[in-house]
Design a protein around this ligand. Sequence first.
Ligand SMILES: Cc1ncc(C[n+]2csc(CCOP(=O)(O)OP(=O)(O)O)c2C)c(N)n1
Ligand SMILES: [Mg+2]
Length: 779
Amino acid sequence: MTRRSPKAAGANDRLDLIGELDRNVHWLSAWTIHNANHLRESRDGLKVGGHQASCASMASIMSALYFSVLGPDDRVAVKPHASPVFHAIQYMFGRQSLDQLQRFRGFGGAQSYPSRTKDSDDVDFSTGSVGLGVAMTAFASMAQDYLLAHDLMAPERAGRMIALLGDAELDEGNIYECVIEGAKHDLRNCWWIVDYNRQSLDATTSERMSSRFFDIFSAVGWDVITLKYGRTLEAAFAQPGGRALRDWIEACPNDLYAALSFQGGAAWRARITADLGATSPAEALLEAYDDAALGELMTNLAGHDLGLLLDAFHAVTDERPKFFIIYTIKGFGLPFQGHKDNHSGLMTKTQMEAFRERMGVPAGKEWSAFAGLPRPAAEYQAFLAATSFAAKAALAPAPLVAVPDADAFPTPTGRQSTQVAFGKVLNDLARAGGPLADAIVTTSPDVTVSTNLGGFVNQRGLFARGKRNDQFRDSRIASTQRWLMGPSGQHIELGIAENNLFLLLGALGLTGPLFGRRVIPVGTLYDPFINRGLDALNYACYQDARFLLVATPAGLALAPEGGAHQSIHTPLIGMAQDKLAYFEPAFVEELVEIMRWSFSHLQAADGGSVYLRLSTRVLDQPAPAMTEARRAALLAGAYWQVEPEDGAELAVVYTGAVAPEAMDALGQIREDFPGAGLLAVPSPDRLHRGWSRALEAGHASHVEQLLARLSQRGRLITVIDGPPATLSWLGGVRGHRVAALGVDHFGQSGDIPDLYRAYRLDAEAILDATAGALAPATG
Ligand SMILES: Cc1ncc(C[n+]2csc(CCOP(=O)(O)OP(=O)(O)O)c2C)c(N)n1
Ligand SMILES: [Mg+2]
């Protein structure tokens, strides 16, 4: 960060100019955080926060990338707590507003962590939950390869998917799940750049890992490029005594290095002398530096040497995955550099004032993009306008994939489960062909067959960048799975790791905004294992990725598989997860309508993703009864399957595979209460959201209209193979008393009659609950 003077045109001048811009990236990122914490009015007394140390650590790496290396088609996941660096750079490019910077971490302002949906300055990937943004770039690269192989994008528009990460992010397991998957899928065009400051949030990290990361990533086929020392330090190593100095540094533990970086030149000198002895050849070398210069020398790590960074990045000419380990100092150039507590450290007003003077920023010019730099602003602007990153333009909205009308979705007939019917619907679509069938890409973490995707895959094949043989087929060994593998395949088979499923769905669900062409991703897994990938699911939804998630089997109805595989609380996840509409149909006719609607909802500007909680329980199917009105009610979440008499005293309400029990119980109830109704709720989520929205908008919601049919004193008996809370809220809609049946303990193995008895989901339990609900209220 030393000031450079303008030189003659040429490579050196270019480097100088980027160095000058880099200085303002350091400045603006620190200043934006300072403004939010110390200058902007605080109404609640809360610390606003922001990470000046994490920003300073990575600023030069990002300057090198954005000012010289990135092309218009490259996409970047920025280290979450380097968000201010990203916003500062965009501001310098004229793509971020002053108002947004001034409202950093405020309502409607630049986001604390880069956000695709909430930031206005073209964030490629949201980040925040560490590790996920990193893996997302690998899956985005696979998604890009999928588009390329299917001729959905021009080869010359292929970009590099780049993650900028903190070293502590490497502790997240999802990273390793991802690189294993990457190795299987010939991952390419993916760079991970580690800000290797050897500090996490709490502490300095173990030096034992340094060489291990090299081994781990080399082992999975990545090119590992370690950039450790800056050129000034390398030059010192070449001096007499330099070898001894280098050996000392190599042996220096991370925490000591960090502490000395904080303490400065005199402390470095004292410690090195104490360790090596006054007669060491390094002594003469140290004497050539005064304390300040020695402090600068010893913190001259590669991540703070722009020339070195630029050369290293530009030296990459092939598309193999690259793992850069770049040594840095956390808080570089700031008063708390190297201090173990610096993660949320903020400069005081006095420290900021000193920093401003050191950076040469005139008072009153703090917000100007090129404040205090030696050249006229126009020169920087002209330089930035000519960078390859500046050519990044907003993509036209991806064309919509036409969803065929109802004829293309024949309702599978006969006794069956929703899981089997799901497979048939996809299979029929694949057989009929057309734009929707061609746009679908399915994926599953090693449960393709057991979630009934097999038929689709038989027809559409497995995706691989290169053609691969099916040995079993070639050897004429009989199998129901005829899985041909090649570039035209439409199924991406994953290993078991569910995190990878959600990250891949996230990436495939963003191909429209990322690459200009939409695919329709359909992912399947066993419902209980949503929990395994829950943060990745949330992450995909947070970015507004669009996909159909089919979770099956679900609930106690999976009977013999027992408590480890029976999902219980997933309906509440479905209800609470933003940008994900949860449906749990009981019958095939409902499922077909929901699937057809989903393919449009996935593409609608105000749409979202869809979660289908399906079952392996085989049910008799009622006579076809779909009408326009029922379809609309079903998609709004509920319909009267058996209409109540007006003013009825009772209704049984159910969701999903417990339909036979609900119908059986209702039949018996109607012997005494002929007006009782049966309310089917295929989407507790849509029903509840409609109710919440209506509260805001002040009109009667669908659920209010449905329940208005009942007497004010009416009772609701709700039942679901899931948590009772999924439906018990219905009592709040019009004040009806509710008896809520459902599962609130872990499951166990058994058959459905035994389990539904034990967990009180059978007709008898519904009748008992009815009797209880009708008893006069006590107290
Ligand atoms: C999944 C997750 N867990 C915890 C956090 C809280 N957190 C934010 S940053 C951080 C440590 C960051 O260290 P590193 O990645 O090395 O970044 P640095 O600030 O050192 O550059 C932690 C634990 C988080 N954001 N995400
Ligand atoms: Mg770190």
